[in-house]
Structure formats: structure tokens, C-alpha cells
Design a protein around this ligand. Structure first.
Ligand SMILES: Nc1ncnc2c1ncn2[C@@H]1O[C@H](COP(=O)(O)OP(=O)(O)OP(=O)(O)O)[C@@H](O)[C@H]1O
Ligand SMILES: [Mg+2]
Length: 255
């Protein structure tokens, strides 16, 4: 296995001198290809900031982000854009669907940009829609759907290109347990069948228990890691709950 992602001493400040927030405070870790990583931490601990820096939506103040051996903090915009299109899949905390496109079009767009032939686009959109249980909302616009449906469309859009690195911010936050399980299983499939790598922010120990390793972030730093090892999902779930309870006393405080 080789490191697909290496974060080295990453720092991110927001604001100006008089009103500054250190959202990331020298965080370092690395992720192997084919790992399914959960990122947990209290609200405001820096999880979204971390994902936004990796996805190049935001720029880190200092430190390095090395993806597939390339330092993306030093890469030029053109090759970054290409890399983003071809290798990354994102699921944002606020879904970020295009309002003027139907679900079908939202999902298909990423494939059209990659110049995938239309008949193949159709097959792939319908396949992922079936997996995530959104076949019946493909002709709807975002404003016509529930939050959970929008979230699943956003996930379908991220997964349809079969990216090698998926960055997902609370992908199960608005889902009922059946949809959440379907999504988490699609993620597992992507990891185990295609050696994809997933970094998933979650507050939910059930979602986290599908991962191989959990990074716990506190105040912009890597505070603790929980490795699944040979645990079953249920055993890992119990251990996550135990660690979270021990670390914070109060679940809400820590995750
Ligand atoms: N654009 C911004 N301008 C100024 N401060 C910001 C900005 N974005 C985030 N922050 C601050 O950076 C810190 C980390 O925010 P971030 O969104 O990464 O937290 P989070 O861990 O994703 O929280 P949540 O679980 O609530 O989504 C917070 O203190 C937040 O207020
Ligand atoms: Mg966030």
C-alpha cells in the first residue's frame, strides 16, 4: 500500500489580524490508498476546513497536502482543476446541487465534463441512483426534494465518476437509517472493490463504525486515532462510543 494523501503540518487561519481564527493548527497525518477514514470532532474543530483545503476549495495558510505524491499546495491551477475533475469526489455539508438542473442532470454533469458517451452516462446515473434509492426523484429539481433526497443525489454525483479519493462532509447527516446504511455500504463497496480512498466527516458513531480508522480532531489538531483492526463493525462501534465517552465525558462535547 502507498500513501495517497499526506498532510504535513497544515495550518489555516481565517480572518484578519484583529479578528483571527486558527481553524487548523499544524495537523499532520497520512492515508493509504484503499483506506476508509472517519473524521470526528466537535463543531468548530476544523473538519470542514480540512476537507476544503484538501479539495482545494480553500487555500491552506501553510503546510503541505501531498496527493499521489504531488504537493497540491504548490501545483498550478490548470493541473489542479484536471486532477479535481478526474480523481476527486466531494460531498459537501450543504449538498451544493445546481438549482436549475434536475437530479439526473446534476449527477450526469460530472460525467459529461469527462466526455463520457451519453449512453454510458445514462447507465451509470441509473445504476448509482438505484443503489442510493433515488431512482424516483431523477426528474425533480433540488427545491422539489427532501433534505435526505438532496443529500443522496449529492452523494450519487460524487460517486458516479468512481473517483480515487472521496471527500465527504457529513454525508449521512440528513438521512434515515435505511438510506444512511445504503450510502455507507456504497462507500464500503467503492473502497473494497475499487481501492478507492474515502475521508468522511461524521458526528455519528454508527456511520464512523464502517470506517477502518477514525481521526479525532480537536481545536484544529489531530487529537486521537481509533483503528478498527480486526474488530467487527459492532465491536468497533462500541469502541468508538467508549473512546468518545472517555475523551470528553459528554458525547456532544467531543463529537
Ligand atoms: N470562512 C470563514 N471565515 C472565518 N472563520 C471561519 C470560516 N470558516 C470556518 N471558520 C472558523 O474556523 C473554525 C473551524 O470551522 P469548520 O467549519 O472547519 O468546523 P467543523 O469542524 O466543520 O464544524 P461543524 O461540525 O459545525 O461543521 C471555526 O471556529 C469557524 O468559526
Ligand atoms: Mg463542518
Amino acid at each position: 500500500m502507498s500513501a495517497i494523501l499526506e498532510i504535513v503540518n497544515l495550518v489555516k487561519y481565517y480572518g484578519t489580524k484583529s479578528n483571527i481564527t486558527k481553524a487548523l493548527d499544524g495537523i499532520s497525518f497520512s492515508v493509504q490508498q484503499g483506506e476508509y477514514i472517519g473524521v470526528m470532532g466537535a463543531s468548530g474543530s476544523g473538519k470542514t476546513t480540512l476537507l476544503n483545503c484538501i479539495s482545494t476549495i480553500d487555500m491552506a495558510s501553510s503546510g503541505q497536502i501531498v496527493i499521489n505524491g504531488r504537493d497540491i499546495t504548490a501545483a498550478d491551477r490548470r493541473s489542479l482543476a484536471r486532477f479535481r475533475r478526474e480523481s476527486l469526489g466531494f460531498v459537501f455539508q450543504d449538498f451544493n446541487l445546481l438549482d436549475t438542473l434536475t437530479s439526473y442532470e446534476n449527477i450526469a454533469l460530472a460525467l459529461s465534463i469527462l466526455k463520457v458517451p451519453a449512453p454510458e452516462i445514462d447507465v451509470r446515473v441509473r445504476e448509482i441512483a438505484h443503489t442510493l434509492g433515488i431512482s424516483d426523484v431523477l426528474e425533480k429539481y433540488p427545491y422539489q426534494m427532501s433534505g435526505g433526497q438532496e443529500q443522496r443525489v449529492a452523494c450519487a454525483r460524487a460517486l458516479v465518476t468512481k473517483p480515487s479519493l472521496v471527500l465527504a462532509d457529513e454525508p449521512t447527516g440528513a438521512l434515515d437509517s435505511r438510506s444512511a446504511t445504503a450510502l455507507l455500504e456504497s462507500f464500503s463497496q467503492l473502497v473494497h472493490q475499487r481501492q478507492a480512498t474515502i475521508l468522511m466527516v461524521t458526528h455519528d458513531a454508527f456511520a464512523a463504525s464502517h470506517c477502518d480508522r477514525i481521526l479525532v480532531i480537536r481545536d484544529g489538531r489531530l487529537f486521537y486515532q481509533i483503528v478498527r483492526g480486526i474488530d467487527s463493525r459492532k465491536q468497533f462501534f462500541d469502541r468508538i462510543i467508549e473512546v468518545i465517552t472517555r475523551l470528553g465525558g459528554d458525547d456532544e462535547e467531543v463529537i
